[in-house]
Design a protein around this ligand. Structure first.
Ligand code: PEP
Ligand code: MN
Length: 474
């Protein structure tokens, strides 16, 4: 295995050394026309139609004066971790709700989602022998792109729900009016969420010697829960051994972990009002989250989202479906990462297992031939959504098949699978079908709580981590 990983590293270094075909010659030239508000000159898709401009201005003014939620140095650290994911020296596990909501905001839910991610990291690290970079879809994942502007129910038509940062989910005309003050509420909830996550990450809870305590109560009797405890016991023994050897119990892995947050960069009024100039580098960072990604519906090369994202210095991602062709992807990468900085750009593939096998090789080869360095990540959720018994759901087997196809394609090409991006929760929900716990179609109505897309529950998420660990070990 060591040899394989060494080989992969050599490949990617060779790729970096090849001549680059890039549209921008100098960084200064490339960013000359950029400003946190320059996106306003271009077409911004998927934005709410606010009716009260003054109220919007008031909300934007409030957030513009609020402290940053994340700091430039943290974003740079994440970027260096993601650069390791691009070469196979680390692996990204990014996950959380499809949409965070105001009504389901609770400390216990945040803790449970965080701890399943800690468990997944242990399982994948133990199986795969590489560090896992943990990034939540949390503390800002509020705005949702929609396939239709209007929703029809019982013959009545109303504007679609676009996430709690924009309007309400209830099917009433009042709830569906976009309310700018929701931006402020979202900021406040993101701040409280991050405060708790920072406490969990650095206050002792996430220290590796607590590995046995992270199993969720309802998991104790499940196969995944038991398999997790087997690994946890072995990790615990290894730690005790290391302590006996003289490992300091105050060392960082014993007391804290690194955890980052991310969300889709969709609502540009929110994102641009949290974009601040870093005093040490003079670069602009979107301080609403460490990593931001551009959704499948808003990644137009000449659109407002790409314009905004090319100027922020955070590590960024872009979602890619089967609608993307290789030439288009190379241009998009060149626009978003003209300096070809490793870790800067993550390409998140979401197209379903069959299309991954059919289309991904062409995309990966085009990017490799152009000398571009990206972190390839698999989102096995969004190409697998279906409607069953009136519920939007996904089958665990299809989700796993897409991850499998993603690993296979990279193995065949000698390139690097850098991570996975999941919609998941620490709750014991019944939103995705199958998995070891065998959620059936008749179970969907039992605990279907998502505000948007169906999420893996804790057992299903852990099962996925075991699968990823086994693939990383090959
Ligand atoms: C999402 O991540 O929830 C999402 C809407 O994804 P995509 O842009 O890939 O459809
Ligand atoms: Mn989703």
């Amino acid at each position: 295995r060591q040899q394989t990983r060494g080989f992969l590293r050599q490949k990617s270094i060779k790729a970096i050394a090849e001549p680059l075909i890039l549209p921008f010659e100098k960084e200064s030239e490339h960013l000359a026309a950029w400003h946190p508000q320059s996106w306003r000159q271009l077409k911004a898709h998927q934005q709410p139609n606010y009716q009260d401009e003054n109220k919007l201005k008031e909300a934007v003014d409030i957030i513009s004066r609020m402290p940053p939620l994340v700091f430039a140095g943290e974003c740079r650290n994440l970027q260096s971790r993601l650069a390791k994911c691009a070469t196979g020296e680390a692996f990204l596990v990014q996950g959380g709700d499809c949409a965070e909501s105001f009504s389901q905001f609770s400390a216990n839910r945040i803790r449970d989602s965080f701890r399943v991610q800690l468990q997944m990291a242990v399982v994948a690290m133990f199986g795969g022998g590489v560090p896992v970079v943990k990034v939540g879809r949390m503390a800002g994942q509020f705005a949702k792109p929609r396939s239709a502007d209007m929703e029809t129910l019982d013959g009545k038509e109303l504007p679609s729900y676009r996430g709690d940062i924009i309007n309400g989910q209830e099917f009433t005309p009042e709830a569906r009016v976009p309310d700018p003050m929701r931006l402020v509420q979202a900021y406040n909830q993101a701040a409280a969420t991050l405060n708790l996550l920072r406490g969990f990450a650095t206050g002792g809870y996430a220290g590796l010697q607590r590995v046995m305590d992270w199993n969720l109560d309802f998991m104790a009797k499940s196969d995944e829960g038991r398999a997790y405890m087997d690994i946890a016991k072995r990790v615990d023994e290894a730690i005790q051994f290391m302590v006996a050897c003289g490992l300091d119990s105050h060392t960082a892995i014993m007391t804290e972990t690194e955890y980052y947050v991310s969300h889709e960069c969709l609502l540009l009024d929110y994102e641009s009002s949290l974009t601040r100039e870093d005093s040490t580098t003079g670069l602009w960072y979107d301080c609403s989250g460490h990593m931001l990604w551009c959704g499948e519906r808003t990644r137009q090369l000449d659109g407002a989202h790409v314009e905004f994202m090319r100027g922020i210095a955070n590590p960024i991602g872009v979602k890619v479906s089967d609608k993307m062709d290789p030439g288009q992807l190379v241009s998009l990468i060149a626009t978003l990462n003209p300096q070809n900085v490793p870790g800067r750009l993550t390409v998140i593939i979401r197209m379903g297992a069959e299309k991954v096998r059919a289309n991904l090789p062409r995309l990966v080869e085009a990017v490799r031939n152009s000398g571009q360095v990206v972190t390839w990540v698999c989102d096995p959720m969004h190409g697998n959504t279906e409607c069953v018994a009136g519920y939007k759901t996904r089958r665990f087997d299809n989700i796993r098949a897409e991850v499998e196809a993603f690993f296979d394609v990279h193995e065949e090409l000698g390139t690097v699978p850098g991570g996975i991006h999941l919609e998941m929760t620490g709750d014991d929900v019944t939103e995705c079908l199958g998995g070891g716990s065998s959620i059936l179609e008749t179970d969907l109505n039992s605990r279907y709580h998502t505000h948007c897309d169906p999420r893996l529950n804790a057992e299903q998420a852990l099962e996925m981590a075991f699968y990823v660990g086994s693939r990383l070990a090959e």
